[in-house]
Every structure is written in C-alpha cells, then in structure tokens.
Design a protein around this ligand. Structure first.
Ligand code: SAM
Length: 278
C-alpha cells in the first residue's frame, strides 16, 4: 500500500471512528491511497490548486489531494461521524483543509473558496447526477470551476461521454459536451471500494471550455433536449409537439428532418434547434 503521508492507514481510521458505511449516504469508501493519488492526478498537477471535494468520508481522496500539492481543499461532508477523522487530516496540513459539515446540495462553495476551483470527488451516487447537472448549468459561463474529476457508476460515465446513435446518448451527453471536453479517465471494479457497490465505476474528467462549442440559449437548449429525449423513441415532430406553432418548419429551419429521433441528432443540431426556437 502506498505511503503518501504518515497518517494512519484508512482501515485503522475507519475502525477508530466506527465509520461503518451507510447505504443511505451512498458510502463506498476508497481505501487504497495509491488509487486515490491516481484520481487526484487525473487532471494534471495539483500544485497550488484550490479544490472542492464533495463527500470526503474518512478522507482517502482528501489526503491524496493534499499530498499531491493542492493549496486549499474545501471538503463538504454530510455525515458528522467523519468529522474527527477529517480534523486529524486538517491538523496534519495546517491551513490547507477546510471541512464544512453540510449537505453539498445546500451550500455555495463560493462562500468558502475563491474561484476558480477544481472539483475532485468520489461522489455519493444518490446525488452525483444532480450535482453534475447543477455544475453544468450555472447562471454564467465560464463557470467558477475549471474542471470536474468525478466518480460515477460506469453506466452514468458512459452517458456523459456518449456519441449520437446509441442508447447512452441523451441529456447528460449534450449538457456535458456542449461546454466541456469530457472523457473517461479511469475504470474501477467494485472491489476497489469498501463495501463494494453492485456495479463498476469510472472516473470522468470534464474541462470547462471558455465558450460553448456552438451558440445556443442555455435555457431553451435544456428544455428542448429534455423534451426530445423524454420520448426518445418518437420522431422529433411528435416528441417536440407544442414547442412551436409549426414544429416541423422549425425543425427544418434548424437543418433537421422532422422524422429523426432524438438520439440521431448531434450536438450541433440541438444547438441549431435551440437557436431556431429561442
Ligand atoms: N471520498 C470518500 C472516499 O473516496 O472514500 C467517500 C466517498 S462515498 C462514495 C460518498 C461520501 O459522500 C460519503 O462520505 C457520504 O457521507 C457523503 N455524502 C453523501 N451525501 C452527501 C451530500 N448530500 N453532501 C455531502 N456529502 C454527502
């Protein structure tokens, strides 16, 4: 097992603080500090970086972020049982780790951390997609974060990087790829976690582009994509009925055939349609 600091091994930390994993909080811990160091490095060197980590748990990834040189880490953890273990890490890296005991869905990291920051998290699966969608749809672009390095169930990771033409392609792919470069950086088997989840996982890395790949009004794009994929087996003219008085004409104005299905429309086509509707 890698020695990245001289804090106790994670198994001992978990035993000492009685951190039995709770399913309701999506707790699947990473105990291999060699692996957490690899995740920390996915987006390149962390020297001098400010990092938001959601759900540090017993702190395996937190320790890797700090050992890899992050200047400031804001760790937001909902489970108060983890706080003593995290306080030990904070004491080991004076002035570099701030722990906030809160629900990540309820707080604004900007109240604690100066932008831009990177987000690096082994997310709780029950709130992961919701957090990603929030990060992808901020009020302004570019967002306050530079990059997102996030653990997801493999199936969700595949939806983020999916290309047109398959079942995985949908709202997540479009929102992710419209304004970010997105790639799967690592794949992890269930045994990488304690306790092991039922499915495989993957780390996705998204980098915010300075401007969208194609122009489109964000709220209209979100609405049309949500509606289009809500009835993904229907032709666009039926799935998008009611969005415009003459939806077939609007689709043609955007260069799309009204008989196409949502999963056949490339990102550029959705943006053209959002412009035609907006
Ligand atoms: N980062 C640790 C690791 O890699 O071992 C723990 C990852 S575990 C998959 C998810 C963590 O998120 C747990 O510690 C859980 O308590 C925490 N969590 C769950 N829901 C949360 C929420 N809404 N806000 C903040 N933390 C949350």
């Amino acid at each position: 097992m890698a020695q990245i600091d001289d804090l106790p091994p994670l198994r001992d930390v978990i035993a000492a603080h009685d951190l039995r994993a709770k399913k309701s909080l999506g707790q699947n811990f990473l105990l291999d500090l060699n692996l957490t160091a690899r995740i920390a490095r996915v987006g390149g060197s962390l020297e001098g970086a400010r990092v938001l980590e959601v759900g540090p748990g017993p702190g395996g990834l937190t320790r890797a972020l700090l050992a890899e040189g992050a200047e400031e880490v804001l760790a937001v953890e909902k489970d108060a049982r983890c706080l003593p273990a995290l306080a030990q890490i904070a004491a080991h890296y004076p002035g570099r780790l701030e722990v906030v005991s809160a629900d990540a869905l309820e707080i604004d990291p900007g109240a604690y951390l100066e932008a831009p920051w990177r987000v690096i998290s082994n997310l709780p699966y029950n709130v992961g997609t919701e957090l990603l969608i929030r990060w992808l749809t901020p009020p302004d672009w570019p967002p306050r974060w530079e990059s997102l390095t996030l653990m997801f169930q493999r199936e969700v990771a595949e939806r983020i990087v999916a290309q047109p033409g398959g079942k995985a392609y949908g709202r997540l792919a479009i929102l992710s790829q419209w304004r970010c470069d997105a790639r799967i950086a690592l794949s992890l088997p269930p045994e990488a976690f304690s306790p092991p989840p039922k499915v495989s996982s993957a780390v996705v890395h998204l980098t915010a582009l300075p401007a969208p790949r194609f122009p489109a009004p964000p709220a209209v794009l979100e609405r049309v994509v949500a509606k289009g994929f809500n009835q993904r087996r229907k032709m666009l003219r039926a799935a998008l009925k009611g969005l415009a008085p003459d939806i077939e004409g609007t689709l043609r104005d955007a260069g799309l055939e009204p008989t196409m299905r949502a999963e056949q429309v490339p990102l550029e086509g959705w943006c053209a349609l959002a412009r035609a509707l907006g």
